[in-house]
Design a binder for this molecule. Sequence first.
Ligand SMILES: C[S@@+](CC[C@H](N)C(=O)[O-])C[C@H]1O[C@@H](n2cnc3c(N)ncnc32)[C@H](O)[C@@H]1O
Length: 521
Amino acid sequence: MDAFYKQAGVILNSLARRDGSVKTMTIGNSRVKPEWKRKMYALICETLKYSQVLVEIINKEGLLEKSEKADIYTLLPLVHDILMARGGLQHSVGGGGRSEVVKLVISMKSQLRSSLGEIMERQGVKAKKELIPLHLRDENQMHRYVRINLAKTTKEKVVEYFQNEGYRLFNSSPVGEPKPPKLFSKSKTFVLDSHLPDLLVFPPLTDLHDHPLYLNGDIILQDKASCFPAHVVSPAPNSKALDACAAPGNKTSHMSSLMGNTGTVYAFDMDMKRLDLLKTLTAKAGCTNIVAKCQNFLDVDPLDPQYKDVEYLLLDPSCSGSGIINRMDSLVDHFALCVGHDSAVKGANKEQRLENLSDFQVKIIMHAMKFPSAKRISYSTCSIHKEENEHVVAKVLGQQDRFLLAQRKDVLPGWPRRGLETPLLTKEQSDSVIRASPEDGMNGFFVSCFVVDPSASPIPVEAKDGNIDETTSIESATNVPDDKIKQIRGTKREIDSKPPSSNASKKRKRTKKKRPKQITA
Ligand SMILES: C[S@@+](CC[C@H](N)C(=O)[O-])C[C@H]1O[C@@H](n2cnc3c(N)ncnc32)[C@H](O)[C@@H]1O
């Protein structure tokens, strides 16, 4: 028994130092005996959840002072089990006898219990699980979203399959509501998503990883927010689309699904391993219209004839990932704070990192805009920072004139959470981009959509052969050096540090033509 708890203490210590994840340190840890793994995983998770109150009890009872050999990490799992576990200490788990520490904790059982009772009384709670902070409770986990893979099946077939299995279909929430209805927290229930037609929503603890429809690729388990970009870019059947930073390919296969597996989706990623995963996952999803290439998107020549008809581009480049809610990470963060081991990234580092990411994100968008037939480009991140979202959009609007922001009515108009206000964008522009937040029951996310201005006058440029190409805009000619572009255009382009009064109004001055502020695709 002692060896089991000792090992739990070592794992907690490593977690506080952020040496790995809960799963890798328990289930995936070769030093944990196979027969202990599940128990170890459960003990660690539960200890993390209750860490605040356990630390308080250990301190109050002076356990650290009373035991010379034990540190906080060794004591925590023991105190957890003696107070919180239904069966108390796990005597049946083999491995060594009773050490001094175990004996001490057992001998102090009644004091520890009365300490717990006092805390519960002080906090006014009746059940122990109410001591777990709200955001770490099981029932507050995010909903499970199931995307129907239209490349292989239909919504009707999938709904019928679940109903035949005994799942009950509830009414969806009204369109203006970001969260599914409350009533549906019961197991074996689901609703049709009220914003995305190819999405089903299941209660938080539903696990469909072994479900036959998941195993055969008819459904994809994908967070709702991550399903927004493909809907926003909305590639037409039989068209040519491109996913610039595609792996592991959830959004690529989503575009393929919306195209009914017709046309072509070019999928780029510069990471070979991740691209291999994309190939495996999109093959499982039955997508036969995807051409996957291991290439830096910034090195792809937009004027290569094979991409001349690419109209839809989905850009989901690397970002800080600050919107991703990982419950296990939250548990560890909470635990590290409780044991006084906070290793948060310092402000200056963070700012520099965001600046680097934002520069890269702008480059990716500007490069996508060079594709001669591009007419609709979505840009998304799973970040909550303005620097990677609204500010990137503002910089791009300030650096070129060929693309405008699509209007709200063309960017999931029924989705209520829109962009954050910033002096760099007009109100209308902020309203035409979308955000998702953990408050909506999903990861933090941002999506914007650029559409080509149909009235942008074609600007003559030197094509590869040295002839003047009247049909290609200046931005599409990647072989034209930047200084040449400036010379031909006669304008100097800078990142706007001031709010663009309106992208379109700048353009009106140039073309002396009246046009709407934003363009409908
Ligand atoms: C946020 S992930 C994309 C997730 C993907 N869209 C999905 O939904 O499954 C960003 C990806 O961009 C790739 N990447 C980063 N820079 C790139 C570049 N310059 N060209 C191509 N891929 C790039 C990374 O390797 C990573 O796989």
